[in-house]
Every structure is written in C-alpha cells, then in structure tokens.
Write a protein of this length. Structure first.
Length: 500
C-alpha cells in the first residue's frame, strides 16, 4: 500500500483539500501536505488518510470529532474529518496541524541531554494530565508522536480514545504498547487506561536518553531491564513507569512530582477504568518557560544558562535538531527520517569594524548605569580567574592584527519553515573563539521571533572557524557576534569581531 499512496499527489479530497505532497505513511495510513482555508487565507496543514472500515468508520470519525473539541497548547489541533474516495477506494480523512519535525527524527543522530529530556517530559506530562482529566487516553505515546511546531512542543491527537475503550491494535503489542494490551496474554480485549500511557512514556523516556529501548526480560512476567547509566530522577521515574502491573505504576501526578524533585504522594492502586468512567481531573504541570513565550529575554543572567541548554533541543518541540532539508514532518508518525546532507558552505559576508578598541567589564558598566547590562554567562578560566576581569586588559601589549573568518557555515533549514517567514527573521549569536580559531562557546544574544531559526543559527555558529587575532605576533582569544538573517529565499550572515 505505501507504494500506491504517492500516486495520489495532485488529487483533491472532498473537493477542498489538495494532496500537495506525500509526507509519509504505512500499510494502513498516509499523510500528505495540504492547505485549508481560514477566512480569506490558505494555511498549510497535514491530512491523514486511512481506508474506511464499514463497521468502525463512523466510530473513528466520532473519535476525531471529539478530539477536535480539545484545546491544549501542547496538543496537535484537529480541524476537520470526513469521508472521501480515492481510486475507487473509500477513505476516511482528518485534517490537522502540520508539525515541523518529530523526536523520532532526532534520536538516530543523538540522545537528548538531561535538560532537554526534562523539558520534553514537562510538556508531555502537561498534555497527559489534561487528557486524563478529560477522560481520554493518548494510547500512542512514542517519539514519532512527540513533535515540534514553531516555538512549541506538540503531541499528536489523531489517535485519542476514551478511557475504558477496548484496545483495537494488533494482537502483539508494539514496542511502546503496555503489556496488558497484548491480546495473547488476556482472554478478552484490554481496556485502554491512563496507566498504559504511563508505560509508553517510560519506554519513550529511556529511548530519549539512551537512543535504545529498555531490554525485555526472557521471563514474560518480569519488568524490563533499565540501563543503570540513567541519571536521577529519570531512572527512578522509568522504574516506576515500567511495572508490568498497571495498578503499580506511578500516575502522571506522581511522575510530575518526582520531576520537580518532590516526593510523589502514594496513592491507592488504580484499576483499569471501565467504559464511560469519569476520571479524577489531574493537576496540570506548569508550562515550561521556554515554550509559548515569544519575548523571553536571553540576557537575564538568572536564567540564560538554562535557556541556552534548551535551545539545543526541541522542546521541547525544536526537540528536535535537524541536519537536512526534508519535507515537514506530519502530525502522524513517519516511517523513516531523511538522510542528512553535508553542511552548506557559503561565501563570507562583509565584516563590520568595531567602534571601540576595547570594552569595559560588565561589572564596571553596571556601576555606571541603572539599566540592564548584557554579560557573558559562560566565561573560560583563561579569561576569568575567580574575579570580575576585563578580558582586553589581560591581552599582552603590542600591535593588534584583527582576526578573520576562515570557514562560514550556513544553517540548514526546512523550506517549509522558510515558507512561514513574513519579512526577515533576525538572530544574533555571540561566540567565543580559542587561540587556534575554533569556536569554544556559543550563546544566543538575540533569538528573534522563532526558536526554530534561533536553534538553527546556534548550531551553525558552532561549526565556524576563524583565523585568530594576534597581539605582538601571538594568537589570542577572541569574541564575535554573528548576525543571521533568514528570508523565504536565502540566509545571510554578518560576522563582527567584538574582542579584542
């Protein structure tokens, strides 16, 4: 079936949703890039197609329509669902928000850092608390369904079920499905429950931090083996998520408490809910500060180090670092991530000259001004040895030969992301360069309106190389700012040497 999906490119679903480009799929579903009308505007979206089942077709449509009524900042929005026919085959379709990428496309290249995993967990736990409180279960938590869209990490919503509904998947559970959903292990179909989401989250957490799923035990009734290399609190959370008995697993509230370094409140064992059982509303986790805040200032010295770690991700939704100009990732899982191309080399942009030969330290400026003073948040031992120090003052006296850019790397960005630009997106990155001309540290000085482009600029800046400046014939440390400007058609970069 996957070989036949692509042939439908160019057709129109239900007279209003063109199948612009095949994005990916499986034997049972396909996702295409499409457009939907909102007033006078045409907006990009994703459309998922599945063969219509005579018995369960209306049930699936009702599930999508119920999911479309839910609203959460970390949940992919569903806009419209219906029936159509392609190639004389009856189909069901759902139109949804189109995400830029998913976590499954990142993990083959690298595991997330603990800080990135923490932010990812905050968002996913927030979504699960909301869904469980509304009487829903996700049922398909896995890296492919954890996505980034603009500034937000998002979780898929096209597979939501009411808690207590029968599991309608294959008899053998998938890698992320809880053991109670295996029909071979029980005489009747299992009811989907919040505890199943917790198991799937535990599997996803381990893979996120190690790039591998937990090892299943030979004995069926034993809990999976966990890598002891997992740091706390992640090892503790994974251990309590991956218990074979659903009633023994932690709840979403307990996981959130452990993530916040609070002692989880012990609760009575929770039985799998029956159909139509209303669940106790869960307390939502506070939205992470790096998500949904367009004007977050990276100059705040109390939080800048934390934000910079998160800028490498996804998150947090991107979670998700990319190295290729692949099509937009749909809001449903794609089978294979694209192969990354080699970084692009670009011509060096004109170099601006500084207006000062040297600059006073941040501490001295702070004494002279009541306004905020931007300072470096990570300073090498060579430039700061326990006290506030003017970096330029430490340089040896003599003739200064300015540094030059030896290698300039252009960020790789998706064309689908460029298509969202209105005007110019500007990002400024400040970098520290060692005496051999390699970038030693990079941080965002101005992130601009989009964390996606900010992250792409930050990653590219770390690949730059320089001919270091010299004082009295000796190479010295230097600091530069790189001003990236993204438009729909191109990316330009202007480097400026700041110190010395």
């Amino acid at each position: 079936m996957p070989d036949t999906w692509k042939q439908w490119e160019g057709q129109v679903v239900d007279g209003k949703f063109p199948l612009l480009r095949y994005l990916g799929g499986s034997e049972h579903s396909a996702v295409f890039l499409t457009e939907r009308r909102e007033g006078e505007r045409l907006l990009k979206a994703a459309i998922k197609l599945i063969p219509a089942d005579r018995e369960n077709g209306e049930l699936q449509l009702s599930r999508w329509r119920r999911a479309a009524e839910l609203s959460h900042p970390h949940l992919i929005s569903l806009f419209e669902a219906g029936r159509c026919e392609l190639g004389n085959t009856p189909m069901l379709y759902v139109v949804m928000e189109c995400a830029e990428e998913n976590l499954a496309q990142v993990l083959p290249d690298r595991a997330l850092t603990p800080a990135e995993a923490r932010e990812m967990l905050k968002s996913v736990l927030d979504v699960l608390a909301y869904l469980h409180g509304k009487g829903f279960v996700h049922g398909h938590i896995k890296p492919a369904n954890i996505m980034a869209n603009g500034d937000l990490l998002k979780v898929s919503s096209d597979g939501l079920r009411r808690a207590g509904e029968s599991f309608d998947g294959p008899g053998r559970p998938g890698a992320y499905d809880p053991p109670e959903n295996a029909r071979a292990a029980i005489p009747v179909a299992a009811a989907m429950s919040p505890a199943g989401d917790v198991w799937s989250l535990g599997m996803t957490l381990v893979e996120t931090l190690t790039q591998n799923l937990p090892v299943a035990r030979a004995a069926e009734q034993q809990d999976p083996l966990l890598p002891q290399s997992l740091s706390e609190p992640f090892l503790d959370m994974a251990r309590h998520c991956l218990l074979r008995q659903p009633q023994d697993r932690w709840t979403v509230d307990q996981i959130a408490a452990r993530l916040q370094d609070r002692t989880p409140v012990t609760q009575a064992p929770v039985q799998a809910p029956q159909a139509r059982t209303r669940l106790r509303p869960a307390h939502p986790v506070a939205q992470p500060p790096w998500l949904g805040t367009k004007h977050l200032s990276y100059a705040m010295t109390a939080v800048v180090g934390f934000v910079l770690v998160l800028a490498a991700i996804l998150a947090g939704p991107r979670l998700l670092r990319r190295h290729s100009e692949a099509p937009q990732a749909p809001a449903a899982a794609l089978e294979q991530p694209p192969n990354p191309p080699a970084p692009k080399q670009v011509k060096q942009a004109p170099q601006e000259r500084p207006t000062e030969a040297s600059k006073p330290s941040a501490a001295e400026e702070a004494k002279k001004s009541t306004g905020p003073v931007p300072v470096h948040t990570s300073i090498r031992p060579e430039t700061l040895r326990g006290e506030e120090t003017n970096t330029v003052a430490k340089l040896p006296a003599g003739t200064l030969v300015r540094g030059e850019v030896a290698q300039q790397v252009l960020p790789d960005v998706l064309q689908s992301a460029r298509d969202t630009i209105r005007g110019t997106v500007k990002v400024t990155v400040k970098i520290d360069v060692d005496r051999s001309g390699n970038v030693e540290d990079a941080e965002l000085e101005s992130s601009g309106p989009s964390k996606y482009f900010a992250r792409a600029a930050l990653q590219a800046a770390q690949l730059w190389r320089f001919k270091p400046p010299k004082v009295s014939g000796q190479s010295v440390l230097s600091s530069w700012t790189l001003r990236f400007e993204f438009t729909r058609d191109e990316t330009t970069v202007v480097p400026k040497q700041e110190i010395p």
